[in-house]
Design a protein around this ligand. Structure first.
Ligand SMILES: [Zn+2]
Length: 157
């Protein structure tokens, strides 16, 4: 069976993240590889957080998106662990526009430095962290002192 890897890659690049639909799985760096197999394609995924319940959902979405290319084999690759460093520049831009501040530094720096975030809505630098955990463990909740709006920060890991 002849698969068209380029077409499959393009299709794969459209699949949104189930938790943050503003970005795609490719934007987040979750998709590690796409290979041709004898009967279809194999997609290598590295889930963002080991406890993320979205992993099954992500696998289902990828299977559905690539169904026309034959059998879809999903391989979960957990090492090396996913890092926010893998989020593409385009992904960071989309997160910012969506109102989630993308990671401001590498995971290594994050251990030492508390970030100074700018509000994604009004760009004010007076912000405060409200909670270390937001709607998911991946994010923390912040508030802008200037406009009063809460926003989320995608923590570096
Ligand atoms: Zn603001």
């Amino acid at each position: 069976m002849v698969t068209h890897l380029a077409a499959a890659r393009e299709r794969l690049a459209q699949v949104p993240d189930p938790e943050i639909p503003a970005v795609t799985l490719v934007d987040l760096g979750i998709v590690r590889d796409l290979r041709e197999t004898a009967s279809g394609v194999e997609v290598v995924l590295t889930p963002t957080y080991s406890g993320c319940p979205a992993t099954e959902l992500i696998a289902d979405e990828v299977r559905a998106a690539l169904a026309e290319f034959g059998d879809v084999t999903i391989t979960l690759q957990r090492a090396p662990a996913w890092s926010t460093d893998w989020i593409t520049p385009e992904g960071r831009q989309k997160l910012q526009q969506y109102g989630i501040v993308p990671p401001q530094c590498s995971a290594e720096q994050a251990i030492k430095v508390v970030p100074r975030l700018r509000c994604p809505r009004c760009d004010s630098g007076s912000t405060q962290q409200l909670s270390r955990f937001g709607s998911t463990a991946c994010k923390s909740t912040w508030r802008c002192i200037e406009c009063g709006e809460p926003f989320e920060y995608f923590k570096p890991i």
